[in-house]
Write a protein that binds this ligand. Structure first.
Ligand SMILES: Cc1cc2nc3c(=O)[nH]c(=O)nc-3n(C[C@H](O)[C@H](O)[C@H](O)COP(=O)(O)OP(=O)(O)OC[C@H]3O[C@@H](n4cnc5c(N)ncnc54)[C@H](O)[C@@H]3O)c2cc1C
Length: 496
């Protein structure tokens, strides 16, 4: 791929250096990879949680956890705990696990319990938490590595890390392998007569930096795609209200709790992410409902450990995506290609999906229109699919205690999401519906059940007496199944 060609990556944030590393690994030896970043502009500096998919990035590049995790102050992430998203006393919080093959038996019981509740014949708990091994590990403050040797089924897990340290780590990795870095502010972008990009000009290098192909990782500025190629932007603002955030680093928590906490707030939600050297905290909110000062006050009051001696970072953002992530000879990756609010920590997930779709399409059909269409359709659909899942969090909440929540819960879902929610509320076959809608490639059937049951938003009335059925026996079976995998007996004592 890209034999004897030059690829210029614009931007050295996490997206820029991930792109450089990925391309360095996949391109022909004769390809030249350049990266241009500006120290004056800097990077956004947030983005500390991931999905399990990110392991594909490190595995493909052959970078071991033992190498990159300590360098990036990283911790394991077993899942996300959503708290205060509803006022329903039955579900003040729920744990969203990363289901693994080792959960296949207990996940089946979870689905049965949820289906029974949907039919108003409850047989057991319908919160996902204790059905999944990752919850037991989280409760016991254990890493997903605490799986019995010999169990031979790895647990699915994700990571938390310091995004700045990751960019630095990847820069060193890339430079050692021949990626050339330029430091300078791009002041002008040159184009060929046919509209393709030809070069970028910086404030400190006399000659233009020419390239055959460009990767736009310039963050929200979207220097090439939007500012130069005028690629249209598809806004999500009609269904996602948040447009601002504050990040407030605090002291590390002890013991480290291997999960992200996402706690609903009066005008948004806040994250708590445990890193080895500090805790990442932030408040994502809509500035139509709360001022930055009030949001900062609420965040400072809510954090669980002492803020570090540095000012909070205030950010604003725009939710949505480019109509085409690949236009002309330019692929956009990272915040330049779009942003869905960070509730499910999918920013870097989308970076990796874009890079892997791109290199796969290039390997199949090179720089052809067909490759471009494949990548554009697939990435747009993925953005929209993830957006729907995030919107569902707000629609399933019953919070009614502020203007913000009343507005967040009354947005109009996409047709796909509406069809799914109708099916849930009307007692239809959810598995078939998810299959028909073709959305399980973005969030699995289990993930949808976790979200829908996690909010305990069952339409049927729940006054029907609980039918114990054989639940006691099932419970025992489940416990022994999970004990088969967990190298931590105490964790299971909290079972159900
Ligand atoms: C509040 C918030 C929370 C988030 N949380 C998560 C999360 O938990 N998990 C997750 O995966 N993602 C998260 N994200 C997204 C994540 O931060 C980004 O996807 C990731 O950091 C990649 O950013 P980037 O590299 O695209 O942009 P940036 O970090 O902004 O980098 C842009 C680069 O372009 C360069 N640049 C720009 N203009 C010029 C110019 N004129 N000349 C030269 N260089 C230029 C800059 O110097 C910089 O190097 C979050 C985002 C926000 C806003």
């Amino acid at each position: 791929m890209f034999a004897n060609k030059t690829i210029a990556i614009i931007g050295g944030g996490t997206a820029g250096w991930m792109s450089a590393a990925w391309l360095q690994h996949h391109c022909d030896d004769t390809a030249r990879i350049l990266l241009i970043e500006s120290d004056d502009i800097g990077t956004i500096g947030v983005g500390e949680g991931t999905t399990p998919h990110l392991s594909v990035f490190f595995d493909t590049l052959g970078i071991k956890e033992q190498t990159w995790m300590p360098a990036c102050s990283a911790t394991f992430k077993n899942g996300i705990t959503f708290t205060n998203w509803t006022s329903r006393p039955t579900a003040p919080s729920y744990f969203h696990p990363f289901p693994s093959a080792s959960d296949r038996y207990s996940a089946g019981f979870f689905l049965q319990a949820v289906e029974a509740m949907r039919k108003n014949v409850p047989i057991g708990p319908t919160l996902p938490d204790s059905y999944f091994l990752s919850w037991h590990l989280t409760q016991a403050a254990q890493s997903p590595r605490r799986i019995k040797t010999g169990a031979n089924i790895p647990l699915s897990y994700a990571y938390h890390f310091d995004a700045g340290l990751l960019a630095r780590f990847l820069r060193e990795w890339c430079e050692q392998r021949g990626v050339i870095r330029y430091q300078g502010r791009i002041t002008r972008v040159g184009q060929h007569e046919n509209g393709q990009i030809s070069a970028v000009y910086t404030n400190n290098i006399d000659s233009p930096i020419n390239a055959d192909f460009f990767i736009d990782c310039s963050g929200f500025r979207s220097l090439l795609a939007q500012q130069t190629l005028n690629t249209p932007f598809v806004s999500y603002a009609d269904s996602l209200l948040n447009n601002a955030a504050i990040a407030l680093p605090c002291e590390a928590l002890s013991p480290l709790s291997p999960h992200t906490v996402s706690c609903a707030m009066p005008s948004g939600w806040r994250w708590q992410i445990p890193l080895q050297h500090r805790t990442g905290n932030g408040y994502v909110y809509s500035d139509s409902y709360i001022s930055a000062e009030e949001a900062e006050q609420q965040l400072v009051q809510a954090v669980a450990s002492k803020p570090l001696n540095q000012s909070p970072t205030h950010l604003t953002f725009r939710v949505g995506r480019l109509e085409k992530t690949w236009s002309e000879n330019c692929l956009s990756v990272g915040l330049s290609q779009g942003f869905i609010e960070p509730l499910e920590a999918t920013g870097l997930h989308l970076v990796l999906c874009t890079l892997s779709e791109f290199t796969a399409a290039m390997a199949r059909c090179n720089e052809s229109q067909q490759a471009m269409n494949t990548v554009n359709e697939s990435i747009s659909a993925r953005f929209d699919g993830i957006k729907d899942y995030i919107v569902a969090h707000y629609l399933m909440s019953d919070r009614n205690d502020s203007e913000y929540w009343r507005a967040a819960r009354s947005v109009t879902p996409s047709d796909t999401l509406q069809a799914l929610l109708d099916c849930w509320h009307n007692g239809g076959n959810l598995i078939t519906k998810i299959d028909k809608l073709g959305i399980s490639q973005y969030y699995s059937v289990i993930s949808w059940y976790c979200l829908l049951a996690g909010y305990d938003a069952f339409t049927q009335n729940k006054t029907h007496p609980r039918a114990p059925l054989q639940w006691q026996q099932l419970q025992e079976k489940l416990k022994s199944w999970q004990a088969h995998f967990l190298d931590h007996e105490e964790a299971l004592n909290q079972f159900l």
